[in-house]
Write a protein that binds this ligand. Structure first.
Ligand code: DLZ
Length: 138
């Protein structure tokens, strides 16, 4: 099977760890390097359009990776709402599963804890979910 990973550059210290976790998991589960296509987008808000582009590559599942961290404005809420609802809409519209691997944390430390820290790496969980959903879709 082929997998697409769309990853946001914002908070790249976090998202690069999510990407490493997702890629390593897909490889450990039997994918080869040529089965994995990675696309980088500026921020989590752009994950939705990036997924539409990735879908043209005829992959079996698409993993969206991002990290949104609470700031002092309402931007956090707008980005989180847009990306979660956008990915939900993509799951309705597309014929491949689109996995929500976006961290939504109050602090940078919480994001670190979930991207290779004490709470694991959500990139790994997203990759496992992608494999399960791609199999289900077959
Ligand atoms: C503008 C912005 C802010 C303030 N915070 C984040 C964030 O924590 N995580 C993230 O992925 N992106 C952030 N962005 C960028 C937006 O996702 C988007 O790239 C811009 O609003 C341009 O559309």
């Amino acid at each position: 099977m082929r997998f697409g990973i769309v990853v946001a550059n914002w908070n790249t210290e976090i998202t690069s760890n999510l990407l490493d976790g997702a890629k390593e998991t897909l490889l450990e589960c039997g994918a080869s390097v040529s089965d994995i296509s990675v696309m980088k987008v500026p921020g989590s808000f752009e994950l939705v359009f990036g997924t539409k582009l990735m879908n043209k590559q005829k992959v079996d599942a698409i993993i969206c990776l991002g990290s949104v961290i609470q700031g002092k404005t309402k931007h956090f809420d707008f980005v989180c709402n847009a990306v979660s609802s956008g990915i939900k809409d993509l799951n309705i519209a597309l014929n491949v599963p689109v996995i929500f691997g976006v961290l939504t944390d109050n602090t940078l430390q919480q994001a670190k804890d979930r991207s290779g820290g004490k709470h694991g790496n959500k990139g790994i969980e997203a990759a496992i979910t992608a494999i399960k959903m791609a199999h289900l879709n077959k």
